[in-house]
Design a protein. Sequence first.
Length: 294
Amino acid sequence: MSPRIRRVVSCLLIACAILAIEPIHASAADTSSVAITRTWSAPSADPRGIAYDRRSDHLMISDSEIDETAKWQGKNLFITGLDGRLYGSRTIEKATHEPEDIAWDGRHRSLYAVSDSQDQVFRFRQGPDRVLGTADDRVHVVLQMTKFGSSDPQGLAFRAHKRMLIVADAVLDRIYEVRPGPDEHFDSPDDVVTSFSTQSLNFDYPTGVAFDAKSDHLYIVGPHENEIVETTMDGHLVQTIDLSGTTIRSAQGITVAPGTNGARHHVFVVDAGRDDSVMPDQNDGRVFEFAISG
């Protein structure tokens, strides 16, 4: 745990199971977590990214490592209910085999995905079949992150009212905020780019970032830290949320969504579990839901 003074907030853990379960308080979380992604008909062994679609009330989960395992079924995008029930498995490998994280633009029905192997952010829109995550998707590169000095983009979020993409670079410990300039197009010379370092937060290797429209704040997670960090848009610390009472092994992605208990404001974190490059037979991905206050 980092030495800075931390404000530990109450944290309600709900492990998202294939069938809905009652909320589990954080005090019992170390013994009451449920592994779920391995139970899906098309499993996600290493869930990395997560986003929420308010219109369908579904989560979207990406897996950037599943294609390197024997469990690969040609699917790296999974559509689930808030309770973890799998509703569909699709693919965005038309652009990348490694969707480290995803973000959703509900107004334009567009899915953004970031690849750390290509250092790019892609935008997916439905093709003629009107289903996202199929072979006829319309795909465009919207950001080349090396233009900003980013070499390991892994986390991704979308701030709708500013039309801003927020990218977490794990190796550089930096959060980039990018919005189009006067020409209204991403990846143009007039893009407006700002960034801040997570090192000032004593946070190492950020792999997941979420924008909270309610507070206009960011939530940041990573596999090296046993906490969620909440910051302002310019990187000032708001609070840290202690996860040491949970069984998360490798927090990778985070999103804000309504709770399974009817609450309007929870966060969902994907846990990749053990690294499949070290343990190729592992299949221990999970999704956690937290009610947070502050």
